[in-house]
Design a protein around this ligand. Structure first.
Ligand code: GLU
Length: 515
């Protein structure tokens, strides 16, 4: 690598949500810049006016910040630093604000004869294309307008005849080196005098991206391999301007588990969805980093951003497609949930419970402590935070009729000893002073065991169903104190204590189960 300070960019189009593919592109650019002390730029490619939306741009910036990918130049660079930092020296960083720059460059190419006006109408071009298809020929431009004299060209333009602008491509193949793929070559035919500016006056993606990358002094273009076939056109544009060509690194496609291109069919793919699901950003960046890159010599799987930034190189990016593995992402998320500060996790988990109306708005210190206790119990059982309400559901929603109607529960309750166990249990529990401690509860269970002569799961399952609605779940010595403490709190949906649950459950049991 040269010793020039690297300058890389992430250049999203604000036409939709930020997906894992683009997020990985952004991450690799960021890591590369941080690793080699370079600059990471954010450029908004919003020339597609119909599909670009301001809300998508705002969401993009938000997603990037959430992932921890701060940019050195670009819209709102340095925002929040309190220094009122400029966007950067190479702005504007929004393509829609650079149209004048593109126009000047088009004038230059036309004046130098490196580009020419093409007056072909769309019906002419369509029929050429049809002929090529019929003749099984490549669909390349015939070059009809290539040799119109500069005078005639200028006169027709001045008379108001609509025209596009095309780049004049030479006969030689276009070759470039790709850091991930090695040598790449395209025949000149594959590029055939590409359009730079449409007859509407709008410059095309390949053209503006090249001008911007050159003017913004980009040294390495790291992007998805869906752009590989655009690269020869861009290389030809650099050459037409006499600009140095940056290095390219095209990242492989991300596939779903069925080896087709990752899409919504495979599950969540947008960064905001992962965030809503309760995936931690450090889990997602760690996962995306490994999706196509691996540290030297290692099978190591967990990396902080700092560690990644210290080890990342493009040479270790694989050219083969990466397969998105939700299980591995979950594994990493569980890893980071364990490491995360408990107050941070509580703040992230609270909204899911607020949405259910199960917790008071923040501010109640006792409810907060209780919620922390709840999280200690349930966090180890979830892959992502939005699964918590389902795990804790039984604490908040006590529905004996539903529990009794459940088929598996019904089988447990139909065992003749079940009723006796529950009667013995309810009578003893009712006699205890509330709140019931884990020790007192254990003592009651021992007494029930002695009095009924029932032990093991035939003893525990009916009681568990009575209190929690299911015959399996977390240990009683954790659940009981949580239930008892929760029952004493002013929760928006009050929860019953153990005694109340036993009483309500028994009164809901059908008559035929009486012994
Ligand atoms: N706006 C393009 C995209 O979102 C950028 C491609 C590039 O990095 O050159 O795909």
């Amino acid at each position: 690598m040269s010793f020039e300070k690297p300058r890389v960019r992430f250049a999203p189009s604000p036409t939709g949500q930020l997906h894992v593919g683009n997020a990985r592109t952004a991450l690799y650019n960021w890591l590369f810049a941080r690793r080699f002390g370079g600059d990471f730029l954010l450029r908004i490619e919003d020339t597609d006016v119909e599909r670009s939306e301001v809300r998508y741009e705002a969401q993009l910036l938000d997603d990037l910040r959430w992932l921890g990918l701060d940019w050195d130049e670009g819209p709102q660079a340095g925002a929040g630093s309190g220094e009122g930092k400029e966007e950067g020296p190479y702005g504007p960083y929004r393509q829609s604000e650079r149209l004048e720059i593109y126009r000047e460059h088009t004038d230059r190419l036309l004046a130098e004869g490196r580009a020419y006006r093409c007056f072909c109408t769309s019906s002419q071009l369509d029929s050429e294309r049809e002929q090529a298809v019929t003749a099984h020929q490549p669909q390349i431009y015939s070059g009809r307008c290539r040799n119109i004299s500069p005078e005639e060209s200028a006169a027709r333009a001045a008379s108001g005849e609509p025209f596009a602008v095309r780049l004049r491509i030479g006969p030689d193949p276009i070759a470039f080196h790709d850091i991930v793929r090695g040598a790449v070559e395209f025949a000149a035919d594959a590029v055939s005098d590409p359009i730079l500016v449409r007859s509407s006056g709008m410059p095309v993606y390949n053209y503006v991206v090249t001008i911007d990358d050159a003017l913004m002094r980009i040294t390495h273009v790291i992007r998805g391999d869906d752009h590989l076939s655009n690269t020869p056109k861009q290389v030809a544009i650099y050459q037409a301007f006499g600009w140095p060509v940056p290095q390219f690194a095209h990242l492989s496609t991300i596939l779903g588990p069925d080896k087709t291109r990752l899409s919504k069919r495979h599950g969540a793919t947008s960064i905001s969805t992962f965030r809503e699901m309760g995936i931690l950003p450090e889990a997602l960046t760690n996962y995306l980093a490994l999706l196509g890159w691996g540290a030297e010599g290692g099978t190591r799987e967990t990396f902080t951003m700092r560690e990644l930034a210290a080890e990342f190189t493009l040479e270790r990016v694989t050219p083969s497609p990466a397969i998105f593995d939700f299980n591995k992402l979950h594994w990493l998320n569980r890893h980071y949930l364990k490491l995360a500060d408990s107050e941070r996790v509580a703040a992230l988990a609270r909204p899911y419970f607020l949405a259910k109306n199960w917790l008071p708005e923040a501010g109640d210190a006792q409810a907060e402590t209780w919620f922390q206790q709840l999280l200690t119990l349930f966090l180890p059982a979830v892959d992502q935070l939005d699964q918590l309400p389902e795990k804790a559901h039984f604490l908040f929603v006590f529905d004996p009729a539903a529990a009794i109607a459940n088929e598996e529960n019904a089988a447990v309750l139909a065992i003749p000893s079940a009723r006796k166990v529950l009667d013995e249990f309810a009578a003893r529990i009712a006699a205890l002073p509330a709140p019931i401690t884990a020790e007192a509860f254990k003592a009651v269970m021992n007494e029930v065991k002695a009095a009924s002569g029932v032990k093991g799961k035939e003893l525990f399952h009916p009681v568990r169903i009575a209190l929690t609605g299911a015959h399996s779940g977390p240990e009683f010595d954790k659940v009981v104190p949580l239930m008892e403490a929760g029952a004493q709190l002013p929760l928006p949906t009050p929860i019953p204590n153990v005694q109340k649950r036993a009483e309500l459950f028994l009164s809901a049991l059908p008559f035929f189960q009486a012994n």
